[in-house]
Design a binder for this molecule. Sequence first.
Ligand SMILES: C[S@@+](CC[C@H](N)C(=O)[O-])C[C@H]1O[C@@H](n2cnc3c(N)ncnc32)[C@H](O)[C@@H]1O
Length: 402
Amino acid sequence: MRGDSVKVGLPMQAGDALTLPNPEPGAEAHSIACRRYIADRIAEAGGALSFAEFMQHALYAPGLGYYTAGSRKFGAAGDFVTAPEVSSLFGYVLARRIAPVIRGLPGAEVLEVGAGSGKLAADVLTRLESLDALPARYLILEISPDLTERQQDYLMARVPELAKRVVWIGSWPAGFRGAVLANEVLDALPAERFVCRGGTCLQQCVSLEQEQFRFMERPAPDRLAARLGELRDSCGGVWPDGYTSEIVPAAREWIADLAGNLSAALVLLFDYGLPRAEYYAAERGEGWLRCHYRHRAHGDPLILTGIQDITTWVDFTAVAEAAVDSGLSVTGFGTQAAFLLAGGLADELEAAGPERSLALSREAKLLTLPGEMGEHFKYLSLLAGDLEPPEMPTYGDQRHRL
Ligand SMILES: C[S@@+](CC[C@H](N)C(=O)[O-])C[C@H]1O[C@@H](n2cnc3c(N)ncnc32)[C@H](O)[C@@H]1O
């Protein structure tokens, strides 16, 4: 694994000096097809798409988007590495945290949203089995048919017996009871971008000029304008001219959909992000958008269409507010490092034995060190229904920052 492959560090901006590898001919052809598809959507929309619409198509256009087509995304041969790909320790500690919920709640299941390669599912199931806390079913809600197929192949090859418990579902399971896991899903939801000019926040859109995608600005639709006004007021009202950032209305809908389908559940969300005051600080005027291509991070979402990842850091205050508005309780917020350390990381390392300890301690460092994934990545834990709150890390709880 390369040191720059984990999604850490501050987002870079379009125009940052950076050499990106040329796509292979097959990938180039795929990108051209995805560009054509989006160009048609731009024409249909009368000349411009909001950035959120552009991002939605670039990531999820049927058979063409980054997540819905066949390129290798995760791991050394892909574009980036996520915590479960860095180490099985991540999934093992998550399993330890949810085991009491599975054991204590009749009919409890696990629901993983956006399961990537399937590695987290395999790790969580493996450790739940050894903790004698296997759920009857491990549900996966995955938007990408291509990734669903890869998850099925991976789980059948690695844990064939446990894979029999895995069920792929196409929509939220009503009345769900158990534990919900989502790692790096919130950052993959389509974001609106905005730019402040002369005291007004404009919506950043994508148009087509001479076959190239270009940014353009237009007055924000009423709902977005109202939301941006509230946001600016809540952040002290001092965004300078040219201030550019993102807001993810889809995250609010995602949380509302999730909450509306929970009967009793512990929800654990992991992602890179910040509390709102830091996210929208006046000096952070370039926003939080980031693209990933072959282990290079950069700030230009208008290139490599359909073959690069586009993400934004998460405003965790917005997610927590949406959760509370949807009737969930926020039971914890803090760094990934605090979560893993309080959740039994040291016990996992000890249990692994001396022959594996060197490799595993290196992986544990990647997951927890401030310069790696430990600080930028956060967890948010939520509770639904009358579930007895399981013991959660009090170490490093930062809910007061939200
Ligand atoms: C950055 S990847 C993370 C994958 C995996 N969780 C990991 O940590 O390696 C984002 C995942 O979320 C999925 N996804 C994005 N939006 C989704 C949605 N609305 N519902 C379900 N899955 C979604 C993508 O297809 C992909 O599997």
